[in-house]
Design a protein around this ligand. Structure first.
Ligand SMILES: [Mg+2]
Length: 220
């Protein structure tokens, strides 16, 4: 009897499987409309999300910038409770995940973030039913690029790291690509607006979208 080779892939969530930046922009559009703030503020709110380290920092900045009377806590509550509703999962992505699983792949999501927030996004787009496991850094007690979170995810999927058929797909060179390489996985970088330089962790493949990465895996 031949031993069946189990192929597996882990995916980052934000700005890989789902368009986090787009969701935040949509939330910001609604927020400024509701509050009667200058629509130009959407750019500030959408861009600030990539530079603020925490939601508290983000909310403090926009409270100050727009002179809002709300407390920082109220603003954090507003954004974190409502912006998950703006997430969508493209049909090409859900179809790509279904196709891989139909071919016997085991799939997992590994995401850095707060458990409540990440689970809200995942449940919003009904991603849980399309994968074999979801691993959130706050729950797992380890963050990408630490190898420990990949070890926990591999154990959850019942697969082995350092495996020629194991993959990590993500948009962050530091968290996803360096993390994936450190865990002995092959890596696909979902390219964002920045270019790859010689100093960066070097992904095995570069794709323009996660849909393209899913096609690449289907042929792997
Ligand atoms: Mg990401």
């Amino acid at each position: 009897m031949t031993k069946q080779v189990v192929k597996f892939a882990f995916f980052d969530l934000d700005n890989t499987l789902v368009d986090q930046s787009g969701a935040l922009r949509e939330w910001a559009e609604q927020f400024v409309a509701d509050r009667g703030i200058d629509p130009a503020a959407v750019d500030f709110l959408a861009v600030k999300s990539t530079t603020a380290k925490t939601w508290t920092e983000y909310a403090s900045d926009f409270k100050r910038h727009f002179g809002l009377a709300d407390s920082v806590e109220q603003l954090v509550h507003d954004v974190t409770m409502t912006y998950p509703h703006f997430f969508v999962l493209d049909d090409a992505v859900s179809e790509g995940l279904r196709r891989l699983r139909a071919e016997g792949w085991r799939l997992g999501v590994i995401t850095n973030g707060a458990t409540t927030m990440q689970n809200a996004k995942i449940d919003r787009v009904r991603l849980r039913g399309l994968v074999d496991g979801v691993f959130v850094s706050e729950t797992e007690g380890a963050r990408k690029p630490e190898r420990l979170i990949f070890e926990r995810a591999a154990a959850g999927l019942g697969v082995q790291l350092d495996h020629p058929y194991g993959w990590m797909v993500g948009d962050s060179l530091e968290a996803d690509i360096a993390g994936g390489i450190g865990a002995g996985l092959r890596t696909i970088w979902v390219q964002n607006e920045r270019a790859l330089t010689a100093e960066d962790p070097q992904p095995h493949h570069v794709c323009g979208s996660v849909a393209d990465a899913l096609k690449l895996l289907a042929d792997a």
